[in-house]
Ligand binder design. Structure first.
Ligand code: FE
Length: 391
């Protein structure tokens, strides 16, 4: 038996934010990040609309990027005091991810992160509140997914949470919010979305329900992302839908080793973080070359290429991704990332360990080709130096 789960309602298009007026409840807590939603006036509008719906509103502000266990616990505590029947989260991936975890600890104060990280083992949510997510970036698609990532900074570990219980009830995909994104964020989040769609299409768990979503998202992102990056706001609006479609595909089909590698290299080096979407963009062409040695994967990449009007091969798809990366000013390898902030010696010293961790990542299981730590180390090295992948 397979399961396919999406939010009950999805409001989209300019002005969709007003859908908040239709929510039915008594008290809403709004979980938000660092301040851009406030600055651009969206937070005020959220509050006004929720009050128009007859609700009492409380704000939980200041969720940091890569939200911490501490923030989650403070949020859950605020919820226990306020007793909301709606949790409304607005912003980039982080406040929405944090709010998903707060929700679990609000409804189950005695649960632990250790219990929650076993995939698909959450206690039943919605005994106290329902959940509405409003994304302001076009990439993570956390507004429609069953995933959340929380960081325990004291232990130095990331808890990837995965359960259909945390798939939101309502998603509001209003492109006006995404128009506030700076250029670089547009490029990185857009290629994150492209990676979601391509990994979902070739995933071992892809199915008839996820394939059309993934394929259409890839087509839209191919057509719109570079234009959006260059300031075309109509393209920016379509990208907001495209990333959401990609999210609908991957929350059900899961991902692959591009994400395994991005997760484990992201915070591994002293020179700085490798931003998630940029890491995906750099690794994607190498991973396609690696996976394509598996005939079934080659066939699937060929189908993607054909749908873009290209020669039906993985090679043509790789060339297409490389071209997009160039147009988005994304470097072709880790060595060139942010002017070379990742130290070569440190990268090589940590390679065996990072490779081992990447193989063990939750996203590796649904990758179309199996991989061992030695192959992973070679693949990561190829991503560092922009070497050809022929193994
Ligand atoms: Fe991602």
């Amino acid at each position: 038996m397979n399961r396919f789960t999406l939010p009950r309602d999805l409001y989209h298009g300019k002005g969709a934010l007003e859908a908040l007026k239709t929510l039915d409840g008594k008290r809403a807590i709004v979980v938000v990040g660092g301040g851009s939603m406030k600055r651009f006036g969206f937070l005020d509008r959220v509050t006004v609309y929720l009050k128009e719906a007859g609700m009492e509103v409380e704000l939980f502000e200041g969720v940091e990027p890569d939200p911490s266990v501490d923030t989650v616990m403070r949020g859950a505590e605020a919820m226990r005091k306020f007793q909301p029947d709606w949790i409304v989260s607005i912003g980039g991936g982080s406040p929405i991810d944090a709010a998903k975890a707060m929700w679990a600890f609000y409804e189950y104060p005695d649960v632990t992160f250790e219990q929650l990280i076993t995939p698909f083992s959450f206690p039943k949510l919605r005994t106290k509140a329902r959940f509405c997510a409003i994304p302001s970036t076009s990439g993570t698609a956390t507004e429609v997914t069953a995933f959340s990532v929380i960081t325990d900074y004291t232990k130095g570990v990331k808890y990837p949470l995965a359960d259909f219980n945390i798939t939101p009830d309502v998603a509001i995909v209003d492109p006006a919010l995404a128009e506030t994104m700076p250029k670089k964020l547009t490029a990185h989040t857009g290629m994150d979305a492209m990676t979601h769609a391509i990994e979902a299409y070739v995933s071992t768990l892809h199915c008839d329900y996820t394939d059309p979503l993934a394929l259409h998202a890839i087509k839209m992102i191919s057509e719109e992302l570079v234009k959006s990056y260059n300031g075309d706001m109509e393209a920016r609006d379509r990208m907001h839908n495209a990333q959401c479609l990609a999210g609908m595909a991957f929350t059900n089909a899961l991902l692959g080793i591009v994400h395994s590698m991005a997760h484990k290299t992201g915070a591994a080096y002293t020179g700085g973080h490798i931003v998630h979407g940029c890491a995906n963009a750099m690794y994607l062409p190498k991973v396609i070359a690696f996976n394509a040695k598996e005939p079934e994967a080659e066939k699937r990449y060929g189908e993607i290429a054909a749908s873009l009007g290209l020669e039906p091969t993985s090679k043509a798809l790789i060339a297409h991704i490389n071209e997009m990366n160039r147009a988005l000013d994304i470097p072709s390898c880790i060595k060139d990332y942010e002017g070379g902030i990742i130290d070569e010696k440190e990268f090589m010293d940590k390679l065996p360990q990072v490779a081992e961790l990447a193989v063990g990542d939750a996203c590796t299981g649904s990758n179309p080709r199996q991989i061992n730590p030695e192959q992973m180390a070679k693949l990561l090295k190829a991503c560092f130096y922009d070497e050809e992948v022929d193994f």
